[in-house]
Design a protein around this ligand. Structure first.
Ligand code: ADP
Ligand code: MG
Length: 322
């Protein structure tokens, strides 16, 4: 059991950034409006996340750390209409298998539950005063899996990966107020205003915010909403393109290409715009159950969506808007 958990953990939890992603997604699924992320040494020593979401009832706390337990899906059919960010019920079990974990959670302010685990084993559980929400602390990641630890890169690389994920989560969820700090230095703070352009300004800068144009488009299946940069604001990395499908960050080469196509000859070769694009569609059109990290998705009607995206960018970049 413990071994199979460690193997599963390797698929979902590759590095500190994977822990941050899974825990932050849990906070979002719990309807948190404030999410605070603190890491020490890029998460290699410590990762804490606190949220003001629904919390976990006392009877469910230990269960939440068992593999394949999720409160988000009850039938096989649900797999084909996933609305929550999590659904595999693997994250907490995987994290607890490869780290020392403490969670304090309460469904309302007052008496909550504290649980301590290490290497997948529950060490202690007790009642404990708490405000509503969940606080989780993940310590000494990969302490019991030296092979995995070897794959972890430098502190600066790991920090860059975390920052990348937190930026994207904050962009995908502007209605949530986010903070992110490493060794006590605040690296990101958003107000949770719900306004995407304001969030872009808070994450990047006011001057970048001024160089973004609104992007809109829709047909019977898809709704596109977001911001793309003026052609002159280009970046050398495609990392500045963020595509979200129903609130989930996805990597999709075909859609990225469709976006670039909308710029035509306005972009130099090898340059990318800054783009934050929300794609809304019936969950039935998206299969997220392709890869454990849920970043790769399979889309029905991908070509039609690509064409709509190209057209929307073309419309946004009409000469009168530039
Ligand atoms: P999944 O998100 O795929 O359901 P996880 O292992 O990430 O699986 O979490 C297991 C369960 O623990 C969730 O289904 C949820 O019920 C509960 N949970 C985890 N984190 C939180 C949180 N921050 N707030 C409330 N409930 C949580
Ligand atoms: Mg989850």
């Amino acid at each position: 059991e413990q071994l199979s958990n460690q193997i599963a953990a390797g698929e979902v939890i590759e590095r500190p950034a994977s822990v941050v992603k899974e825990l932050a997604e849990n906070a979002l699924d719990a309807q948190a409006t404030q999410i605070d992320i603190n890491v020490v040494d890029a998460g290699l020593s410590k990762i804490t996340i606190s949220d003001n979401g629904q919390g976990i009832p006392k009877t469910q706390v230990a269960l939440a750390f068992l593999p394949h337990t999720t409160s988000k899906i009850t039938s096989r059919d649900d797999l084909f209409r996933v609305h929550s960010l999590g659904f595999r019920g693997e994250a907490l079990a995987s994290i607890a298998a490869v780290a020392k974990v403490t969670m304090l959670t309460a469904t309302e302010s007052g008496l909550g539950t504290q649980i301590d685990l290490a290497g997948g084993q529950v060490l202690a559980q007790k009642s404990q005063t708490s405000r509503q929400g969940t606080f989780i602390s993940v310590n000494d990641l990969f302490y019991n899996t030296p092979a995995r630890l070897k794959y972890v890169k430098s502190v600066s690389t790991e920090l860059a990966h975390i920052a990348d994920i937190v930026n994207r989560l904050a962009l995908a969820h502007p209605q949530t107020a986010w903070t992110f700090a490493n060794n006590g230095n605040i690296l990101l703070k958003t107000s949770g205003s719900g306004d995407l352009l304001r969030t872009i300004t808070e994450i990047y800068s006011i001057s970048i915010g001024r160089q973004m144009l609104p992007l809109k488009g829709h047909d019977l299946d898809f709704q596109i909403n977001g911001f793309v940069s003026l052609p002159k604001l280009t970046r050398a990395s495609r990392n500045y393109v963020s595509l979200f499908i129903n609130g989930r960050y996805v990597k999709n080469a075909a859609l990225t290409k469709a976006l670039i196509a909308g710029y035509g000859s306005k972009l130099m070769v090898g340059r990318y715009p800054l783009a934050i694009i929300n794609l809304q569609m019936d969950p039935f059109l998206v299969d997220v159950n392709v890869h454990p990290t849920k970043q790769e998705v399979r889309l029905s009607k991908e070509d039609a969506l690509g064409q709509l995206l190209t057209t929307s960018v073309l419309n946004t970049l009409q000469p009168q808007n530039l």
